[in-house]
Design a protein. Structure first.
Length: 193
C-alpha cells in the first residue's frame, strides 16, 4: 500500500473507530469537512456516522439488519447491575436538566455524592447498599472509561463530573422507561434484571 491511498480523512476514521471524536480533537474539522466521504467509507462495514455538531461530538454506530441485529462491528459492553442503574440515573439527570428552560448552562455536572444519592433511590429495597457504596468510586471510574462522564482536569474539593451528551444517543427515553419497569418488577420480587 502506498501513501497515495491515504485520504485526508483517514485519521478521522481511525479515531471514530476507536471511540468518540470531540470538538477539540485534532480531527474534528476533518469529520465535519468530509462527513459524506467518511459515511460512504464506513457504510461498507455496516456503520453509520453520527455527528452532533451543536453538542460537539461525533461517533459511529452500527446499522441494524433486517432481523434487527447488527454485524457486531462495534463491541457491546456488559455493564453490570450497579453501573447500568447509574447510567440510567445519569441519563435521567441529563434529561431533567435539558427539560428545564430556566437553565443557562449547556453542560450538566454531578458529584459522586449526587450520583450515589440519586442512584440509591432507584435501587430495589432488598439491594445490598453497603456493597454499592463500597464500589461507588470504581463504578464511576468505569463510567468515565466508557465515556459517559468526563473527569475534571483540575479541581479543588469534591470532583464534579460532566455528563457527556453521548449518553442520550446510547440510552434512549424508551430505554429509561423499560429500565424503570424492570426495576419495579425486580423490587416487587419478580425475576431480576
Amino acid at each position: 500500500m502506498n501513501s497515495s491511498n491515504i485520504k485526508p480523512y483517514s485519521k478521522a476514521i481511525v479515531k471514530l473507530l476507536k471511540g468518540i471524536v470531540e470538538k477539540d480533537d485534532a480531527v474534528w474539522n476533518e469529520v465535519l469537512s468530509y462527513q459524506s466521504d467518511i459515511q460512504d467509507y464506513i457504510a461498507v462495514m455496516g456503520l453509520e456516522l453520527i455527528v452532533k455538531k451543536d453538542e460537539g461530538f461525533a461517533f459511529v454506530k452500527q446499522f441494524k439488519l433486517d432481523d434487527d441485529k447488527t454485524m457486531n462491528m462495534v463491541s457491546r459492553r456488559q455493564y453490570g447491575f450497579e453501573v447500568s442503574v447509574m447510567l440510567i440515573v445519569l441519563r435521567q439527570i441529563l434529561e431533567d436538566f435539558d427539560s428545564n428552560p430556566t437553565m443557562q448552562a449547556t453542560d450538566k455536572y454531578v458529584t459522586a455524592s449526587e450520583i450515589k444519592e440519586e442512584t440509591e433511590m432507584f435501587l430495589p429495597t432488598s439491594y445490598n447498599k453497603v456493597k454499592f457504596e463500597k464500589e461507588l468510586d470504581s463504578n464511576i471510574d468505569k463510567i468515565v472509561k466508557f465515556g459517559y462522564l468526563i473527569e475534571p482536569k483540575h479541581q479543588e474539593g469534591e470532583k464534579r463530573y460532566k455528563i457527556h451528551r453521548i449518553i442520550k444517543e446510547k440510552i434512549t427515553l424508551d430505554d429509561l422507561l423499560d429500565f424503570k419497569n424492570q426495576l419495579n418488577s425486580y423490587d416487587a420480587g419478580n425475576e431480576p434484571i
